[in-house]
Design a protein around this ligand. Sequence first.
Ligand code: AMP
Ligand code: ZN
Length: 116
Amino acid sequence: MSDCIFCKIARGEIPSRKAYEDDLVYAFHDIHPLRPTHILVIPRKHIASLAEVSAADEAILGRMLAVSHKLAAENGSAEGFRAIINTGRIGGQEVPHLHLHIVGGPEPVGPMVSKI
Ligand code: AMP
Ligand code: ZN
């Protein structure tokens, strides 16, 4: 997707604070962190949301989760973290490119459903 902001970030066309990258995913610090640790993990492939995935995307989805603990631990949240994927209107998704929020820090993140 040529005009997708997260595709542009993954391609390096829009600057970001990179936290990790490999062949399937790119991770960067959220521009408006809601906790001391707040990283977004995105697929390099444009997938609009968790509602748009197919069986062919299983390796990508697995990689997004598989890198999450290491990313949290390396960025100030070694004792745990919360992984969140907002999906669609009901889920409060704002950017239409699949992204996994990794949220944490030295203190517990807090209640599970209230806006973090
Ligand atoms: P969501 O509400 O789940 O779609 O989350 C979108 C997230 O993307 C928000 O936490 C924003 O702060 C974050 N975001 C939007 N634009 C950028 C950007 N250019 N760089 C880093 N994070 C961004
Ligand atoms: Zn995209």
